[in-house]
Design a protein around this ligand. Structure first.
Ligand code: DTR
Ligand code: CA
Ligand code: ZN
Ligand code: ZN
Length: 447
C-alpha cells in the first residue's frame, strides 16, 4: 500500500494540458452610460517589451487625488464630491490619451455612484483583458493607499499603453469602481449589467487594491494559474519573493468577476494584518506592525505610501498587461524533466521512483506546481501514482483509477506551496494488481 511517509491531502487537480486563455465570442463593450468619442489611433507597431512605469507619474496622480480629498471634506468616498472629482480627473486623462471612456452610473445608499470604463481602441473584441481598481475611499480619509495606489497605477499603465500606441492582440479595458468600500457595489453593478455574451469575452480580470502599503508585503492572488504565474514571473525577474494572497477572496472587486466565471488575478501589498518576522526578513520593513497602519483611517494620505512597493507593483501591472495582452501568452516558470525509462514491477513488487533534482528556484514551490506524467502501462487501474516532495511529503496523483485503459499521459496541478522548491522530487509508482506491466516513460515539473 502507500509508503510510510506522511501523506498530505494534496490539492491535486488532474488537468488536460490546456491553452492559456479560451478564445471567446464577438463585439465590443456595450456598457450603459455616456460614451466619449475616441481620438483616432494611428497604426504603429506595438512595443513588445513592457515599459518601466515612472513611479513619479503614479505619485503625481496620487498628489492630485490628495488635493481633491483636501478640497472636498477630506475624503473621496461614495456619494461625496471628492469621489466625483476623482472620476473626472481620471476620465480627463484617459480621454486626452485616446481611450474610449464610458461613465456608468448606479445608485447605492441613496447616492449616485460612478464606474469609469476605458477601452483602448483595437485588439480582438472577442478577447478582452481587463484591469481594475476601486477609486473610492472610506469616509474617514483620502484613501491614498486604499485605493488611490491601485487607481493611479492602472491609470499610468493605461497612459503608457497610449504613449506606446500599443497594438496588443487582446482588446484592453480598464475600470475604476465606485462604492467598493460599501461592499463592491460598483464592480458588482458592472458585472451584473454585462450581458452574458460580453462576460464571456473577458479573458481575464486583474485587480489592484492597495499596492503601495507603507510596510509592504508582496502578495499575488492565487486564482487563475496563468495570471498568477505571470505576476510571479515578474517578481522572479526582479528578485523579490512573493507570497500567495490568502485572505483576499471575496474582499475586493475581483470577487464579482470570479463569481461570473471570469479568470482573475491581482496584487496586494497588505492592509491591517501584521507583518511577521519572517516576512520582514524577506521584504524589509517592520515586523509586528501592520502592513498599513492607516488602513481606513484619516492618515491614509500621500505620506502613507512606500514608493518602492508602488513602483514595483506598477511595473508588475504593465508587465502583466503587455504579456497577457499579447498573442503569445507568458511562458510558464522553469521546468525540469526526467525522460529515463523506469520499469514498474508487477504486483506484488516494490514501488519504483524516478527522481528530478530541482535547483535555482527561489523559495517555495507554487500553489500551481504543474506535474506532467507519461507512463506506458496496460490496465492503468493497477497503479498508484504519487509525487514525493524533497522532504518526503507524498501527494497522491492517481489511486488505481482508469480501469482497463492503457497508459497515463496527464497533467496535474499540485498545491505544493508549503514545499521548498529546490531538492530531489520523485515520481513514485506502485502496481497493486497482478498481470499488466509497464514503465515510467517520462515526467516533468513546471514551477
Ligand atoms: N477590502 C479592501 C482591502 C483588502 C483587505 N484584504 C484584501 C485582500 C485583497 C485585496 C484587498 C484587500 C478594501 O478595504 O478596499
Ligand atoms: Ca517603475
Ligand atoms: Zn478599503
Ligand atoms: Zn481597497
Amino acid at each position: 500500500m502507500s509508503p510510510s511517509v506522511p501523506r498530505r491531502l494534496a490539492a491535486v487537480t488532474a488537468v488536460a494540458v490546456a491553452g492559456l486563455f479560451a478564445a471567446t465570442a464577438p463585439s465590443a463593450l456595450a456598457a450603459p452610460g455616456t460614451v466619449t468619442a475616441p481620438a483616432a489611433v494611428s497604426a504603429v507597431a506595438a512595443a513588445p517589451t513592457p515599459p518601466d512605469i515612472p513611479v513619479a507619474n503614479v505619485k503625481a496622480h496620487l498628489a492630485q487625488l490628495q488635493s481633491i480629498a483636501t478640497a472636498n471634506g477630506g475624503n473621496r468616498a461614495h456619494g461625496k464630491a471628492g469621489y466625483k472629482a476623482s472620476i473626472d480627473y481620471v476620465k480627463a486623462k484617459l480621454d486626452a490619451a485616446g481611450f474610449t471612456t464610458t461613465l456608468q452610473t448606479f445608485t447605492s445608499s441613496g447616492a449616485t455612484g460612478y464606474n469609469l470604463i476605458a477601452d483602448w481602441p483595437g485588439g480582438d473584441p472577442n478577447s478582452v483583458l481587463m484591469s481594475g481598481s476601486h477609486l473610492d475611499s472610506v469616509n474617514a480619509g483620502p484613501g491614498i493607499n486604499d485605493n488611490g495606489s491601485g487607481s493611479a497605477a492602472i491609470l499610468e499603465t493605461a497612459l503608457a499603453v497610449s504613449r506606446a500606441q500599443l497594438q496588443p492582440t487582446k482588446h484592453l479595458r480598464f475600470g475604476w469602481w465606485g462604492a467598493e468600500e460599501l461592499g463592491m457595489i460598483g464592480s458588482k453593478y458592472y458585472v451584473n449589467n454585462l450581458p452574458a455574451a460580453e462576460k464571456s469575452k473577458i479573458s481575464g480580470y486583474l485587480n489592484f487594491d492597495m499596492i503601495g502599503s507603507p510596510n509592504p508585503g508582496y502578495f499575488v492572488y492565487d486564482d487563475d494559474p496563468t495570471i498568477e504565474q505571470t505576476f510571479k514571473n515578474f517578481y522572479v525577474g526582479v528578485g523579490i519573493p512573493t507570497e500567495i494572497e490568502t485572505e483576499g477572496d471575496g474582499r475586493s472587486d475581483h470577487a464579482p468577476f470570479k463569481d461570473a466565471g471570469i479568470p482573475v488575478g491581482g496584487l496586494f501589498s497588505g492592509a491591517d494584518y501584521t507583518k511577521t518576522a519572517a516576512q520582514a526578513q524577506k521584504w524589509g520593513g517592520t515586523s509586528g506592525k501592520a502592513f498599513d497602519a492607516c488602513y481606513h483611517a484619516s492618515c491614509d494620505t500621500s505620506a502613507n505610501i512606500d514608493d518602492t512597493a508602488l513602483d514595483r507593483n506598477s511595473d508588475a501591472i504593465a508587465y502583466a498587461v503587455w504579456n497577457l495582452g499579447a498573442a503569445t501568452p507568458v511562458p510558464p516558470g522553469p521546468s525540469f524533466e526526467n525522460t529515463a525509462d523506469v520499469n514498474i514491477p508487477d504486483s506484488p513488487g516494490a514501488a519504483v521512483t524516478s527522481p528530478i533534482t530541482v535547483s535555482g528556484v527561489t523559495g517555495n514551490a507554487p500553489a500551481t506546481l504543474k506535474v506532467d506524467v507519461n507512463i506506458v502501462h496496460t490496465y492503468v487501474g493497477d497503479l498508484v501514482v504519487d509525487l514525493v516532495a524533497p522532504d518526503g511529503s507524498v501527494y497522491n496523483l492517481r489511486n488505481r483509477s482508469g480501469g482497463s485503459a492503457d497508459n497515463i499521459v496527464q497533467g496535474f496541478t499540485v498545491n505544493a506551496s508549503s514545499e521548498v522548491a529546490n531538492g530531489v522530487w520523485k515520481l513514485q509508482v506502485k502496481d497493486l494488481a497482478a498481470q499488466d506491466t509497464g514503465y515510467i516513460n517520462s515526467w516533468k515539473l513546471t514551477f
